[in-house]
Design a protein around this ligand. Structure first.
Ligand SMILES: [Zn+2]
Ligand SMILES: [Zn+2]
Length: 344
């Protein structure tokens, strides 16, 4: 069986590995698709907190159940061979103070499949505990469904935002996360959604998924202020541009990952005087099952968001393309023999 292996910091290989065997309450999954995102580059570059090498990457995964460990076909989450599934990559200790106060996404011993110490899905088959495995409907596109993991992060993002009918929402960044946050906004009650990206090519995708107001600068928009401003870029320039555009009483959200050492400027007087809230959002908290439900309800236009698929052998090429900012969502499809351009 073939697998992509991050052997050490900066060292990417494709290796032959023994077939994984599912343990108690685990299943073996034949991988359909694995999304690539910025986290994978941070893991390979040794910039992700806690990564243990060697590690198989891949945390945005779907596939088909092909074997059951002892007990995996029992209980409320019973699975069967042939089920199409999406996999929640997070596991938490259940024992620390944060887990015990309902903040498992901030667990002090948090382990993410493909990012910390459990092998991920950029391999032909992988195992996962049944508690992390969510069954899809047979008619759900199992490749497009690899967007469910980032969608679960977006739903947690909306969980920590106030949801009032009639809000005007501004999103910075028309990459995968910005497009997901913007597409969920009407579901959360937004009266209007505006998206900003300095790259006009990315705004084409925003148009294709149905975001009405699109600009390369918020300065060009027909509004001056918004109830909710969400940064999905992590860029200090975008953050400093966006925070002053929050209406009095409104909220600014940090969704994008800024460099750990970076700082941004804002006016404390403005935050005080206008009661502006600034909130963060981190990964997934009890939102994976709801992401499956929203995806299968058609809340997201997935097809225009995924541009290329790659074989395991071409994983390095996919990462180079990602780093160059080319294409839309890039996927690895470990059991396909050819890399494909899905959108021309
Ligand atoms: Zn990701
Ligand atoms: Zn914990």
């Amino acid at each position: 069986m073939r697998a992509v292996v991050f052997a050490a910091e900066g060292e990417l290989t494709v290796a032959e590995r023994p077939e994984p065997v599912p343990g108690p309450r685990e299943v073996l999954i034949e991988t359909a698709a694995v999304g690539i995102c910025g986290t994978d580059t941070h893991v390979l570059d040794g910039e992700f907190e806690g990564t243990v090498f060697p590690l198989v990457p891949g945390h945005e995964a779907t596939g088909t159940v092909v074997a059951l460990g002892p007990g995996a076909d029992e209980g409320p989450t019973a699975l069967a061979i042939g089920d199409h599934v999406a996999v929640n990559p997070s596991s938490t200790c259940g024992e620390c103070d944060l887990c015990l106060t309902g903040r498992q996404n901030l667990c002090r011993a948090w382990n993410g499949m493909g990012v910390v110490r459990a092998d991920g899905a950029a391999q032909q088959r992988f195992t996962a505990p049944v508690a992390n495995v969510f069954r899809l409907r047979p008619d759900t596109d199992v490749f497009e469904a690899a967007l469910i993991e980032p969608l679960a992060c977006a739903i947690h993002g909306w969980d920590v935002l106030p949801r009032r009918m009639g809000d005007h929402v501004l999103v910075y960044g028309s990459g995968t996360m910005g497009l997901l946050m913007a597409q969920l906004a009407p579901r959360a009650g937004a009266a209007s959604v505006t998206i900003v990206d300095v790259n006009p090519d990315r705004l084409v995708t925003a148009a294709e998924v149905g975001i009405e107001h699109r600009y390369t600068s918020a300065e060009d928009a027909d509004r001056a202020e918004w109830d909710v401003v969400i940064d999905c870029t992590g860029s200090i320039a975008a953050i400093e541009d966006g925070l002053p555009r929050v209406m009095a009483g409104g909220v600014f959200q940090h969704f994008g990952v800024a460099p750990a050492e970076a700082t941004a400027h804002y006016s404390p007087f403005r935050i005080y005087r206008d009661e502006v809230s600034v909130v963060g959002t981190m990964a997934v908290l009890n939102s994976f099952g709801r992401a499956v439900a929203m995806f299968e309800a058609g809340a997201i236009k997935a097809r225009p968001m995924i541009s290329h698929s790659f074989t395991l052998k071409d994983y390095g090429q996919a990462l180079r393309m990602f780093r160059a900012g080319q294409g839309r969502k890039l996927q690895v499809r470990p059991n396909q023999d050819t890399s494909q351009i899905l959108l021309s």
